[in-house]
Each structure stands twice: as structure tokens, then as C-alpha cells.
Design a binder for this molecule. Structure first.
Ligand SMILES: [Zn+2]
Length: 375
């Protein structure tokens, strides 16, 4: 099977600011761990830099007016009426090169999508992508341009039936919004409940509208949901729906802010649980486009996406991190020199509460969504 990894060194020049949780250096760190494991030189895996998308590609979903504003923001100075477009101090800062970064992100995901559409690769991974919150005329949740939506639209235009599976800790609201009335795209998002976490949406009842009813699927989860709770819930929802929908290609958003040590969220997955979910998605997808997403503890990001790329290539990695990765291990204060997390069970009442809520949500999905798919 041919695979493709899309990564550009150009990301080092962008910076959301010293106090922003989204650190661009996580991309270089991930690349270096993949490299240390020998995963950037696999015989059947091509590595591509991608290229910035041009404005007309972004205009497939974003408004011209908003794109003009992003272009103006490229200097690093806030454009007029910045707040109207979600820009400004806080989540979506204006920084030098913002427009270039947005084009690079979208371009990488579109490039990876085309590799999959053309058959050049069966599975592709663009881990700088997955910015699932951006809206047509508004930045949101650290996302300026929605590369996931643009990639799905590209795959659709190439005649492919697309399912989207989003395992980020946050609801994939921008992607859901794009296809809310469209039964030709199935979106599934698993995430920490909007009762506790940005963006405050993603309840089971948000099931799509009009002909799209039943094609927007949400599995909201309690804080302290760990892999032992997450994986069975995932298993009861994702495989049956993908089986019924029969996509040609799955687009997967692989945010790792679901990890138990992520500073922004309250789910409690470990890297092995994350990798297991990725493996299940890969098994179920005839073709697969993987994107990155959230992830604010850098050692988790590097380990999780390295593990994901190994899964996509059917490579089993030794648990011990390679010796050549030593300097980064120290610099980024990895808790242990291992790819997988050490056992750290939650107090049983917390785990049980998460389990009960997950079971209730799965029941609601079975009641509201499954009949539409004759399940
Ligand atoms: Zn997230």
C-alpha cells in the first residue's frame, strides 16, 4: 500500500505569540520523532512538502471578503474590524505571515487530498492540518481557514463519497456546519461535551437538517473519559455508521488534545488508546486522508502522531524512544522515554461516571441516528 506524508519546514517561521497554547514547534518536534524512528524513509511512503493553496482554492468555502481581511492581516497588524472576523488578542491572534500560514495549511491538506483522490496514495497524513473550527467568514478556536472542509469539498468534486471522523477533544463544529444539510457527507465527531468545553456544541441532537438529517453524528463525552471508556463507545458508533454509509474515502481529524495530560481539556485518553482508534479508522477506510488537529502538550503530540503514521504504514514501533531523539526528550521534558503512556488509572467513581454517560450518549445515537441508516 502506498502512503504519503505531507510536511513542510516552512512552519517554523509562524508564531501565534509567546502565550498562545498552539505551538508551531510541535510540528517540527513530531517530524524529528518520526525521523528518529526511521518513519520518514519508508520504502512505500512518499514525503511531500505540499504547497500553499491559492486564493481561489480557499474561496471554495470562505467568503472573498474574509479572505481579503486575512490577506491584510499578513503584515501582523490587525486589520479594520478585526473582531468582526474573529481576529484579535486571544484565541485567534493576528501575527506576521497569518495569510501565508493559512494558505500553507489549506494547501497541504488539498495536496494530500489529491494524492488520495488520484490514487497516488491510499493513505495520506498532513499533520499540520485539521483546523476544524474555522467558519466561512470567521476565525475560531485557533483556526483561520478550514482545511478539513476544503479537502472534503475537493474529494467530493473528484466524485468520491466522503465520511469525516473527528477524534479531537473539541467538537468539529466548522466541518459539521459545512455539511449540516448534505447527506452525501457523513460527519462523526467524538469530543468532550460542550457542557464543559469550547465550542459548546456537538450534542447528539445536532443530527443534521433537511436531507442531511442523520448525517451529522456527535458523541459528547464526560471529563475523565479514558481509553477504557472511549474505545468501546467509539466501537459502538463509528464502525456501524461507516459500514452503512460506505464511503470511498475517510477524512480523519486526529487531534490529540483528548490526552489525559493535555492542558486545555479534560478527557483522559493515553497514546495507546488514541493509536487504537486511528487503527480502527484505518481498517474501516478504503482510502484515508488524515489531518492533525489540537494538541497542547508537545510530547503527546509528537508521540501520538508518530504512532498514527506508524499505524498507517503497518509498522510496529519499539516502545522505547530512539536514542537519537535524546536532545528533544530533554528539551521538551518528556515524562518518560517511551512512545506509550505508563498506566495511571483514574479513581473508579470518575471512570464509572464517564462510562455511564458514554453509554447514555451511545443509546441516544442509536435512537436518533441509526434508524436513518437502517441500523
Ligand atoms: Zn481540540
Amino acid at each position: 500500500m502506498k502512503t504519503a506524508l505531507v510536511h513542510s519546514d516552512a512552519w517554523v517561521r509562524f508564531d501565534y505569540g509567546p502565550h498562545h497554547p498552539l505551538r508551531m514547534e510541535r510540528l517540527g518536534l513530531t517530524w524529528r520523532l518520526m525521523e528518529a524512528y526511521g518513519l520518514t524513509k519508508l520504502p512505500d511512503a512518499a514525503v511531500h512538502a505540499g504547497a500553499p493553496a491559492d486564493e481561489s482554492a480557499l474561496a471554495r468555502w470562505h467568503t472573498r471578503e474574509y479572505l481579503e481581511v486575512l490577506k491584510t492581516a499578513n503584515t501582523g497588524a490587525p486589520p479594520a474590524h478585526a473582531a468582526r472576523y474573529g481576529l484579535g488578542p486571544g484565541d485567534n491572534p493576528v501575527f506576521p505571515g497569518l495569510w501565508d500560514a493559512a494558505r500553507l495549511c489549506a494547501g497541504g491538506s488539498l495536496f494530500a487530498a489529491e494524492l488520495v483522490a488520484s490514487g497516488a496514495a491510499t493513505r495520506a497524513f498532513h499533520f499540520a492540518g485539521g483546523l476544524h473550527h474555522a467558519l466561512p467568514a470567521r476565525a475560531s478556536g485557533f483556526c483561520y481557514v478550514n482545511d478539513a472542509v476544503l479537502a472534503i469539498l475537493h474529494l467530493k468534486a473528484r466524485g468520491l463519497r466522503v465520511a469525516y471522523v473527528d477524534i479531537d477533544a473539541h467538537h468539529g463544529d466548522g466541518v459539521q456546519y459545512a455539511f449540516y444539510g448534505d447527506p452525501s457527507v457523513l460527519t462523526i465527531s467524538t469530543h468532550e461535551s460542550g457542557d464543559y468545553l469550547f465550542p459548546g456544541t456537538g450534542f447528539v441532537e445536532e443530527a443534521g437538517e433537511g436531507p442531511g438529517l442523520g448525517y451529522s453524528v456527535n458523541l459528547p463525552l464526560e471529563p475523565y473519559t479514558d481509553s477504557s471508556v472511549y474505545l468501546p463507545a467509539f466501537e459502538q458508533v463509528v464502525p456501524p455508521l461507516l459500514g452503512a454509509f460506505r464511503p470511498d474515502v475517510v477524512v480523519a481529524q486526529l487531534g490529540i488534545d483528548s490526552h489525559r495530560t493535555d492542558p486545555l481539556t479534560h478527557l483522559a485518553l493515553d497514546v495507546q488508546g488514541f493509536a487504537r482508534a486511528v487503527a480502527r479508522i484505518a481498517e474501516l477506510a478504503p482510502r484515508l486522508l488524515c489531518l492533525g488537529g489540537g494538541g497542547y502538550a508537545l510530547p503527546n503530540v509528537a508521540r501520538a502522531w508518530t504512532a498514527a503514521w506508524a499505524v498507517l504504514n503497518g509498522v510496529e514501533l519499539p516502545a522505547e524512544l530512539p536514542a537519537s531523539f535524546g536532545p528533544d526528550l530533554e528539551r521538551y521534558a518528556f515524562a518518560a522515554p517511551t512512545l506509550w503512556d505508563l498506566p495511571d488509572p483514574l479513581p473508579e467513581p470518575k471512570r464509572r461516571r464517564a462510562e455511564e454517560v458514554a453509554a447514555r450518549q451511545v443509546d441516544a445515537i442509536r435512537r436518533i441516528i441509526f434508524p436513518v441508516h437502517r441500523l
